[in-house]
Design a protein around this ligand. Structure first.
Ligand SMILES: *Cc1c(COP(=O)(O)O)cnc(C)c1O
Length: 371
């Protein structure tokens, strides 16, 4: 069996360090907003190349609280990808603003800068690109658009911690970067966690209050805030994992190159095509085929796990039925939803496993006539 995800081997690899982090926090008797969170914030800001990092409860709230901090609300429009995980849209809806979806590029999963301009109106306030599957969106073009139209940019970095555009890390390429440390992400906690990275001291300061009931001085509440805090245990674990992130991302890169090499001429199979300027971190390795259901079944019979990210685009989810967006509204996102398949990916997938997976993919696609 080759599972799609192996969530246990991280602990096996780092047991002594993680156990030491656990004991350090347990013996300190201090569990919320303390030294570990402060240290992680500094270390993660340094990693991303930003002046500030604010630890938060999860990735959704990192997006949402940033919008709130900027006063985005009803009547405002936020440009989001039509092709994304629904959390991106939910953050915009949570503050009462309007999602304005924009289709991906013809060759990749990410928002197409060339289509953004037509979606900008006098109500547009924020561009919210997502670095889907760990592949950076075209931040140079998006930054230029934002500048020209006076818009803020939040990067959704949930799937792309450590990725780069021309040598600069995601999370430092917009006005703010929203990160998730959900366990399956490239750097994940052992529970929920999130953060915002930014060079904007005012935003960081505001978020520090908002995450803690609107209070920076105990029992003094300057605004009606929230409870969205990264906790000490998760921060301590994340500090251990952060030291491994580049190495783990390198292993993902080697695995992705191996897949692309082994699958290069498989009939009827679309492979990821990464732009020259992007250094992705391969959160997922996603192929495309019209015979997705059958390929999944064939892999499953061979003991190989695979998953679909994502089978239903946000605009066709019941959650957004009130928007009245019908099938055909975003054909590129819909075509991706119908054809994408994620192969096992992670620092602990061996190249031998990748060979076996690639052979099983090839064998099915050749047998099926490659259509
Ligand atoms: C995981 C994810 C989120 C949400 O992060 P949580 O920590 O689970 O709230 C947001 N956007 C994208 C693209 C994600 O993959």
């Amino acid at each position: 069996m080759i599972p799609f995800l192996d969530m246990k081997s991280v602990y096996t690899e780092l047991k002594p360090e993680l156990d030491a982090a656990y004991l350090r926090v347990m013996e300190s008797g201090w569990f919320v907003l303390g030294k570990e969170v402060e240290a992680f914030e500094q270390e993660y800001a340094a990693f991303c190349g930003t002046r500030h990092c604010v630890g938060l409860g999860n990735g959704l709230e990192a997006l949402e609280l940033t919008l709130r901090a900027w006063g985005i609300g009803p009547g405002d429009e936020v440009i989001v990808p039509s092709n994304t995980y629904i959390a991106t849209w939910l953050a915009v809806s949570a503050v009462g603003a309007t999602v304005v979806p924009v289709e991906p590029t013809p060759t990749g999963p990410n928002i197409d800068p060339e289509r953004i301009e037509a979606a900008i109106t006098p109500r547009t306030r924020v561009l919210m690109p997502v670095h889907l599957y760990g592949e950076p969106a075209d931040m140079d073009a998006i930054g230029a658009l934002a500048e020209r139209h006076g818009l803020k940019v939040i990067e959704d970095v949930a799937q792309a911690q450590g990725a780069k555009v021309r040598g600069r890390r995601t999370g430092s390429l917009g006005t703010a970067g929203a990160h998730s440390f959900f366990p399956t992400k490239n750097i994940g906690a052992f529970g929920d966690g999130g953060a915002v990275t930014t060079d904007d001291a005012g935003l960081a300061d505001r978020l520090r209050g908002m995450r803690n009931y609107g209070s920076k001085v105990k029992y003094v509440n300057v605004e009606r805030g929230y409870n969205s805090r990264l906790d000490e245990l998760q921060a301590a674990f994340l500090r251990v994992k952060l030291r491994k992130l580049d190495e783990w991302n390198d292993r993902r890169r080697v695995l992705a190159a191996h897949y692309s090499d082994r699958l290069a001429d498989v009939p009827g199979l679309g492979l990821p095509r990464v732009p020259q300027w992007a250094e992705p971190v391969w959160h997922l390795y996603v192929v495309r085929t019209k015979r997705r259901a059958e390929l999944m079944e064939a892999l499953n019979s061979a003991g190989i796990g695979s998953l679909v990210h994502y089978p239903i685009p946000p605009h066709l989810q019941q959650a957004y039925a009130d928007q009245g967006l019908m099938p055909g509204a975003f054909p590129l996102a819909e075509a991706l939803a119908d054809t994408v398949l994620s192969l096992p990916m992670g620092p602990h997938v061996s190249l031998e496993s990748a060979d076996e997976i690639a052979a099983a993919v090839r064998s099915y696609m050749v047998r099926s006539g490659g259509e």
